[in-house]
Design a protein around this ligand. Structure first.
Ligand SMILES: [Fe+2]
Length: 215
């Protein structure tokens, strides 16, 4: 009973508001109805834009930096919704001014948009064939500035490797809808200069990962 209750605290709607329920409902429906990933992500754009445009649904505590973060740099990663089967999650990522994420991948399709502040995103393309899991040869594919209400899509392996940096004077908050349990999946961080690839799990600031998670 204790274990079950404990688990439920960390899954489902960690922030239970109509705006998030609507987006998750729309995502479930479009995932059921549209088999092709890029068409599904395209169809999700209006619903995701609606969430980004709505002003009052994100609790203040999930828009603040986390000094104990698994990402480093005071970067907070807060689960807002998590499917128990690891098929979908929504989270906020809070990056203090001047901080940046490591170069990392996501390993799932999704949409990412800025809710507060301004981020610079640098996207890499991989030049090697990926057969060596410990090495990657990267080159910058593009850079873009992402402002409030703007968003982009992830369609791995296309555009799946990037880092983001806050360029506003205030922390940036981005909202991520991804088709995995992103913070608990074993992903990769990349050193573009040396080519070294390191497995990592970022973890959530407000929810636990299953001990054996490697989805
Ligand atoms: Fe990312």
């Amino acid at each position: 009973m204790c274990d079950l209750g404990h688990k439920h605290e960390h899954y489902g709607f960690l922030v239970d508001v109509p705006e998030i329920r609507q987006l998750i409902d729309d995502t479930r429906r479009l995932t059921r109805d549209i088999a092709e990933t890029s068409a599904r992500v395209e169809a999700l754009r209006p619903a995701f834009a609606t969430l980004l445009a709505a002003d009052t649904w994100l609790p203040e505590k999930y828009g603040e930096p986390d000094l104990k973060s698994g990402m480093g740099g005071g970067i907070g990663q807060y689960a807002l919704y998590r499917a128990e089967d690891g098929s979908l999650c929504l989270f906020s990522l809070v990056i203090p001014p001047g901080s940046q994420t490591p170069i990392h991948d996501h390993l799932a399709w999704g949409l990412i948009g800025v809710y507060r502040g301004i981020q610079d995103e640098t996207v890499y393309r991989r030049l090697d064939d990926g057969h060596d899991e410990s090495k990657a040869q990267l080159e910058v594919a593009r850079r873009q500035t992402v402002k409030r209400g703007e968003f982009y899509t992830l369609l791995p392996p296309l555009d799946d490797i990037h880092y983001v940096k806050t360029v506003s004077d205030t922390p940036s908050i981005s909202i991520h809808l991804l088709a995995n349990d992103t913070a608990c999946v074993t992903r990769h961080r990349f050193d573009a200069a040396t080519g070294v690839v390191t497995p990592f799990r970022s973890g959530y600031s407000n929810a636990k990962c299953p001990q054996s998670a490697a989805r």
